[in-house]
Design a protein around this ligand. Structure first.
Ligand code: AR6
Length: 220
């Protein structure tokens, strides 16, 4: 069975899906801002956070965040730091955002119960917190006049958020942002950085089938 095909969409010209390490992207992508999947104390950790701290310089980044963001970063918000060691790769800013931990309860029978991935998209507490990450990342990238912002699949590693659900939230918010702010508004482009081909396929599927999952309510 073929997937439903969406109509041509100029906003997609501003979106790329790439496979790689977010700290080692090819120069020709023109990325000047990277998003970190951080934790609330901004203390560094594994995954994206570990890679970004290693590439930027662990002590420098930790020291900056301790001094400038002693309160840390609440889930769903964003804190900005310089890129330190990543500046050699053309990165100017790191946007530290903290995604929600997916609580993983299923079929609770309680509408809107946290972590119930049988709930409609957008209706769990974690959905709204992840949405807030994307809203705030895009707002910060706009204020910083970012050319291209690289965004990893926030919350889908250590924090266990279901990947297809997270990709739809990411894509929905980026498309919404681009709808409100047509080219050449900042950020001019968004690069979704995936750690594997399988993860990139999740984003491509979300893009290809967007008509089906974005408009189910209106058409249903
Ligand atoms: N480049 C691109 N993507 C990556 C990389 C990388 N270098 N490393 C992992 N991924 P995660 P979270 C993918 O765990 O779920 C940390 O300890 C990975 O495959 O980095 O938001 C923090 O300190 C996954 O799809 O972030 C927090 O405590 C996605 O990036 C906590 O983990 C996110 O995985 C945050 O957990």
């Amino acid at each position: 069975m073929s997937l439903p095909q969406a109509a041509p969409d100029a906003r997609l010209d501003r979106i790329e899906v790439v496979v790689g390490d977010i700290t080692d992207l090819p120069d020709d992508l023109g990325v000047d801002t990277v998003v970190n999947a951080a934790n609330e104390p901004l203390a560094g950790g594994a995954g994206v956070d570990g890679a970004i701290h290693r590439a930027a310089g662990h002590d420098e980044l930790l020291g900056y965040n301790r001094t400038h963001h002693p309160e840390g970063c609440k889930t769903g918000l964003v804190k900005v730091s310089p890129a330190f060691g990543l500046e050699a790769k053309g990165i100017k800013h790191i946007l530290h955002t903290v995604g929600p931990v997916w609580s993983g309860q299923r079929d609770t029978g309680v509408p809107g119960a946290p972590g119930d991935d049988t709930a409609k998209l957008g209706y769990t507490l974690e959905d709204t917190l992840l949405a807030s990450c994307y809203t705030n990342v895009l707002k910060a990238a706009e204020q910083l006049e970012s050319e291209a912002v690289a965004i990893p699949a926030v919350s889908t590693g250590v924090y266990g958020f279901p990947k297809p659900r997270a990709a739809k939230i990411a894509l929905g918010h980026v498309l919404g942002h681009f709808q409100q702010r047509p080219a050449p508004a900042f950020p001019k482009r968004v690069v979704f950085v995936c750690f594997s081909d399988a993860d990139a396929e999740v984003y491509r599927q979300a893009i290809d089938t967007r008509d089906a999952w974005m408009f189910t309510q209106r058409r249903g």
